[in-house]
Design a protein around this ligand. Structure first.
Ligand SMILES: [Zn+2]
Ligand SMILES: [Zn+2]
Length: 240
């Protein structure tokens, strides 16, 4: 199957990224990418936009250059209670909410148990559609428990392309462990490039290689079509 929806993309609003949404859409169109989610870093990250950025995303058209733009965030998980760094009013305006651990967000790489609780409680809060790059080597946790809970609450697990191309060094083997567990429990999977410049939008080669290597059920990949993705997100919202 060809995956031409990218669910993890940063714009210039994250200060270590280099392209505007319009530039990303133009490249996406050139590459045959049908849709992408703009998922800039949540306000607690040092290089993140102020929260108004997220509440105002509705001004961005749904289509630019024929490419569907989903408005989202890559929020930070910031406490053992599973809180993330954007309020419900703002979250409710978004199409998709990714969440992950990051450095320098007020939650430092804590103990195995604290990290596990943070992820489990985050999933149970119902606010997280996609757990992003859970294999981050600085934030060790009980993957089996996390994956099991994700399955129970219909939260998707991300396979992040950049985890295989130089980001978060040492996380690769964790990604293998996570995908094996996700397969065991039948979890939804989300594919994201984590691109920080327009030219990288839609680059999902390594993620696709991994799901193919494990012969992952294509019906569980939320990027398989816009229709599937939108239904997945709508159904999740109902139980929130
Ligand atoms: Zn990230
Ligand atoms: Zn990211």
């Amino acid at each position: 199957m060809k995956y031409n929806i990218d669910l993890h993309v940063h714009s210039v609003a994250s200060q270590h990224a280099y392209s505007t949404i319009e530039e990303i859409a133009r490249q996406a169109n050139k590459k045959g990418i049908k849709a992408f989610a703009i998922t800039d870093h949540g306000p607690n990250a040092p290089d993140a936009p102020y929260r108004y950025y997220f509440s105002n995303l509705r001004v961005i058209p749904n289509y630019i250059d024929g490419v569907r733009i989903y408005k989202g965030i890559e929020a930070n998980i910031i406490s053992e209670k599973g809180e993330i760094d954007l309020g419900d009013n703002d979250l409710n305006k978004l199409d998709i909410v990714l969440a992950a651990f990051h450095k320098n967000t007020g939650y430092n790489h804590e103990t195995y148990d604290k990290n596990t609780n943070a992820v489990i409680n985050g999933i149970k809060s119902g606010k997280i559609d996609v757990l992003a790059h859970m294999g981050h080597p600085l934030f060790q946790l009980n993957y089996e428990l996390a994956v099991k809970t994700a399955k129970e609450y219909n939260t998707a697990i991300e396979i992040n392309n950049s985890s295989f191309t130089g980001s978060r060094k040492g996380g690769e083997k964790n990604c293998h462990e996570i995908i094996k567990l996700a397969k065991k429990y039948g979890c939804f999977i989300s594919l994201g490039s984590d691109s920080h410049i327009s030219f990288c939008v839609g680059e999902l080669f390594e993620s696709i290689k991994l799901i193919e290597q494990y012969d992952y059920d294509q019906n569980l990949i939320i990027n398989q079509s816009m229709e599937f993705l939108e239904n997945f997100l709508k159904n999740r919202k109902k139980v929130k």
